[in-house]
Design a binder for this molecule. Structure first.
Ligand code: AMP
Ligand code: MG
Length: 523
């Protein structure tokens, strides 16, 4: 089996740290520090993404080779791999935190895909780096399963995201105090191999400006433009400004995507914001079961609710403003470049979210038909009494092909968590009637609308309790739950009736169970 040879453009083009120890330190004037993954006791491949491996040109045979498990577990390297940790900073929960960096992620280099594109591989949980501060550089199995599954589920939903190639159990134990309450416990360790065109974050640029290192900022920006935004390269201030505006647009579209499927990231710090507009760093994320704009899965954010579901779009904008400030030296201090990007963000968010939600209703948005009000009334109604967001939207394809509803249709009824009040039911039926009437003004026939609805409103999303079931089984050595979930999530819009049990609303036992409703950053 011939392993691929990796490239290392980031290391070749940009300055690195001269030290290679893992002693925690401030790293100045450098964008990365060379570091070897720390070998683990017994790397074992628990799961891998076949579709991603195929995209990367990695054969099934190579993926299941024991030597590959050693590489994906950090015990061996493929040719050309030159492992490093990236240096970046970030705003955490609204406050500038200074240097952070890859404390437990190690970049391995870039793989050339059959289509000629380069994809970077990165191990998460492969041991300490110069940026680990007081952390151990490791990740536990539960959080690795969550990142692995969700990366692939999001991709299948059409959401821009970093991918996950593999999930390797290390054979080592990792100590975590899951709820920061003094109950530290040993848990199995694991490593996910993440894949993305680039893992650059807003915080990579921010750190340089915070240190007044304009020359390195320019180098990093030029490197970014050359490889991922070539249309803006070599154009000076105008190009940098257009780039920020493009990052704003991508971020706005990403937020609109999340809102439309009920995904809550949980930790939208600027070090967790991808410069390419990808979903990155799956930690205490969650899916809102009942449509609740105020909900956050992250216990660390339980007081502030800074990163609650409904606030993600405005946080995206806040983060773009912080990125813009860090790029000011490239704009010759011209703040109107930030204002332009912010204005564009709002326009793109509003247009994209409107389009996404109109698609979820099977209508072509038309302000003259009062569609804005139709959407607003739905949001008001959905949030009033506990209603499952995914099930509600999925039910519309069934309702649209039926006669105009005169009572609450059975499929829609099943999206309620409790027994709805009569008032709530009446308002819901009136809304459904308005919506049903509105679909009759579309050029498409109800059958065609239903097909479009089913390809927009997923049947399967990675509900927190589903991931938790896969984790509980894996802890007992049973990987079948994880494998089944992975394969079902690859086709979230398909009926797959044999897997109806994975398309159920949150069961009562999961309402307050750790891992299902409350997740901490301890991972
Ligand atoms: P996160 O909130 O997971 O994005 O992490 C924020 C920062 O903490 C990043 O710089 C991470 O690399 C670092 N970090 C998180 N967990 C660990 C760990 N177990 N060991 C070392 N660094 C960590
Ligand atoms: Mg992070």
């Amino acid at each position: 089996m011939t392993p691929p040879t990796l490239h290392r453009r980031f290391l070749e083009a940009l300055p690195g740290d001269t030290e290679t120890t893992t002693t925690p330190r401030e790293v100045l004037g450098a964008l990365w520090s060379r570091v070897q993954p720390t070998a683990v006791a017994a790397p074992e491949l628990l799961a891998w993404s076949q579709p991603l491996a195929a995209d990367l040109g990695l054969s099934d045979e190579l993926m299941v080779d024991t030597e590959t498990a050693r590489v994906l577990g950090g015990n061996s390297l493929w040719p050309g791999m030159d492992p490093y940790a990236a240096n970046y900073g970030g705003h955490q929960f609204g406050h500038w935190a200074g240097q952070l960096g890859d404390g437990r992620a190690i970049g391995l280099g870039e793989l050339k895909r059959p289509d000629g594109e380069l994809a970077e591989l990165q191990l998460k949980g492969a041991g300490p780096t110069a940026y680990s501060r007081r952390g151990d550089g490791r990740a536990v199995l539960r959080s690795s399963i969550r990142e692995f599954l969700c990366s692939e589920a999001m991709h299948a939903l059409g959401v821009p995201t970093t991918r996950a190639l593999s999930l390797v159990q290390t054979g080592d134990q990792v100590v975590r105090d899951m709820f920061y309450d003094g109950n530290a416990q040993e848990e199995p360790g694991a490593i996910v191999c993440r894949v993305a065109p680039s893992f650059l974050r807003f915080g990579n640029y921010q750190l340089l400006t915070a240190r007044s290192d304009t020359s390195l900022l320019k180098k990093l920006a030029d490197f970014t433009l050359e490889h991922w935004f070539p249309e803006f390269a070599g154009k000076g201030k105008e190009g940098y400004s257009a780039w920020l505006t493009e990052v704003a647009a991508r971020t706005a579209r990403l937020m609109a995507h999340w809102q439309a499927i009920g995904f809550v990231h949980g930790v939208l710090n600027t070090d967790n914001m991808s410069i390419l507009g990808l979903t990155i760093d799956y930690g205490p994320y969650g899916w809102t079961d009942n449509f609740d704009l105020g909900w956050t899965p992250n216990t660390t954010d339980a007081q502030q609710h800074r990163y609650a579901f409904g606030d993600q779009p405005s946080i995206g904008l806040w983060n773009i403003a912080r990125l813009g400030e860090s790029l000011l030296p490239l704009f010759d201090g011209d703040e109107t470049c930030i204002e332009a990007a912010a204005t564009h963000y709002q326009k793109v968010y509003s247009e994209t979210a409107t389009k996404r939600f109109a698609d979820k209703l099977g209508i072509t948005f038309d302000a003259d038909k009062d569609d804005g009000q139709l959407l607003q009334d739905l949001f008001d109604w959905l949030g009033k009494e506990e209603t499952d967001m995914t099930l509600f939207f999925r039910s519309l394809a069934k309702v649209v092909v039926d006669d105009e509803p005169t009572s609450m249709p059975g499929t829609t009824q099943s999206s309620f968590y409790g027994t709805p009040t009569t008032t709530h039911l009446d308002t819901g039926i009136q809304w459904l009637q308005r919506w049903w009437q509105r679909t009759r003004q579309e050029a498409d026939k109800p059958d065609a609308i239903a097909t479009a609805l089913d390809s927009t409103n997923p049947k399967f999303v990675l509900r927190n309790w589903l991931a938790q079931n896969a984790i509980d089984a894996a802890h007992k050595g049973d990987l079948s739950v994880l494998q089944r979930l992975l394969e079902v999530m690859w086709r979230p819009f398909d009926e797959q009736s044999e897997h109806d049990d994975l398309a159920q609303k949150r069961p009562e036992w999961a309402r307050n169970k750790p891992g299902c409703s409350a997740l901490s950053c301890s991972s």
